[in-house]
Design a protein. Structure first.
Length: 159
């Protein structure tokens, strides 16, 4: 099954989990997709726990861009949670780059697929940061989604 996601396919977006993960269906299957090169602010699903700043805006933006639309998915295999790692296009636009350009995601700071060209992502992040767009307007208070997840894990272990 992994090999079938190494190529592009068209899927209809059925559900948005957050600013970098969604559910889609097509070719008689349902898949959960995680953007390969972006990391969006974290939404808390635990009662009473705060979500990361801009997580709701990020999710809403992704909903506006692709919910109930047919997108082109270029797969790069599966992640540890068996989600399809992918670059997603709609209307000829790279949706991950759009999310970064709006300051509602950053370039993923973990391991990235080898063949993935980050040029457009870097340019979009530079522009968003320098214009303090979206989450970048937090200045020194900004915490990357990766750091936010690590803090949450440490806090859980403390309980």
């Amino acid at each position: 099954l992994l090999g079938s996601f190494a190529s592009a396919g068209q899927f209809r977006v059925k559900w948005i989990y957050d600013g970098d993960t969604f559910k889609a269906e097509g070719n008689d299957i349902e898949i959960v997709v995680r953007f390969a090169a972006i990391d969006a602010p974290e939404i808390s699903y635990r009662k009473g726990e705060p979500s990361q700043p801009f997580s709701d805006k990020s999710k809403r933006m992704l909903m506006d861009l692709i919910l109930n639309k047919t997108v082109d998915i270029k797969g790069y295999g599966l992640d540890k949670q068996n989600r399809v790692l992918a670059v997603v296009y709609y209307g000829g636009r790279n949706i991950g780059v759009e999310m970064i350009r709006e300051g509602l995601a950053e370039i993923y700071r973990g391991e990235l697929p080898e063949r993935l060209d980050l040029g457009d992502y870097r340019q979009a992040e530079f522009q968003a940061r320098t214009s303090r767009k979206g989450m970048w307007n937090q200045g020194d208070a900004y915490v990357s989604p990766r750091e936010w997840r690590e803090r949450e894990r440490r806090r859980e272990k403390a309980y």
